[in-house]
Design a protein. Structure first.
Length: 146
C-alpha cells in the first residue's frame, strides 16, 4: 500500500507541475494581451481568446490523463492503451464507472487520480472564470468611457 500511495503522490505532483506550468504560460500570454484589449476592446474579438484558453486547458488535462494512463499501461495494470486511457479519464474526471478496475494492490492510485483531477479541474475553472471576470472589467471600463 505504501508503494501505491508513493507512486500516486508522485503522479499527482507531476500532474500539478504540468498544470501549473501550463496555466502560468497562459497567464503570461494573457497579461501581455491586456493593454491591446483595453485599448481596442471589441466583445466579438474575445471569442478566439476564450476558445484558445479552453483548448489549452483541455489539452493540459488530456496530457495529465495520459500521464496516469501511461503508468497504468506501462505497469500492465490494464490490458490495453485504450482501457488505460479510459480508466484514467473516468478516474480523473471523478466519473468512475467502475467497469474497468485496477489490480487490488494498486486501486488507491485510481482514487488519488480522482482527487488530483478534481483539484486540477477546479483550478482550471477558477483560472478561466478569473479571465472572464477580467474581460467583464475591461468591458465595463470601455462602456464608462463612452
Amino acid at each position: 500500500m505504501l508503494r501505491s500511495m508513493f507512486l500516486a503522490t508522485v503522479l499527482a505532483f507531476l500532474s500539478a507541475l504540468i498544470h501549473a506550468l501550463g496555466l502560468l504560460g497562459l497567464l503570461y500570454w494573457q497579461t501581455r494581451q491586456w493593454p491591446d484589449l483595453e485599448a481596442n476592446f471589441r466583445p466579438r474579438r474575445n471569442l478566439p481568446t476564450f476558445l484558445l484558453l479552453f483548448g489549452v486547458i483541455l489539452t493540459l488535462h488530456w496530457i495529465e490523463v495520459s500521464l496516469w494512463a501511461g503508468v497504468y499501461f506501462w505497469r500492465h495494470w490494464l490490458p490495453s492503451w485504450e482501457s488505460s486511457l479510459y480508466f484514467s479519464a473516468t478516474s480523473y474526471s471523478a466519473t468512475g464507472y467502475g467497469d474497468i478496475p485496477l489490480p487490488r494492490a494498486w486501486r488507491l492510485v485510481g482514487v488519488m487520480e480522482s482527487i488530483t483531477g478534481v483539484l486540477l479541474l477546479g483550478w482550471s475553472a477558477g483560472f478561466f472564470f478569473t479571465v472572464v471576470y477580467r474581460f467583464f472589467e475591461i468591458r465595463i471600463r470601455h462602456w464608462q468611457r463612452q
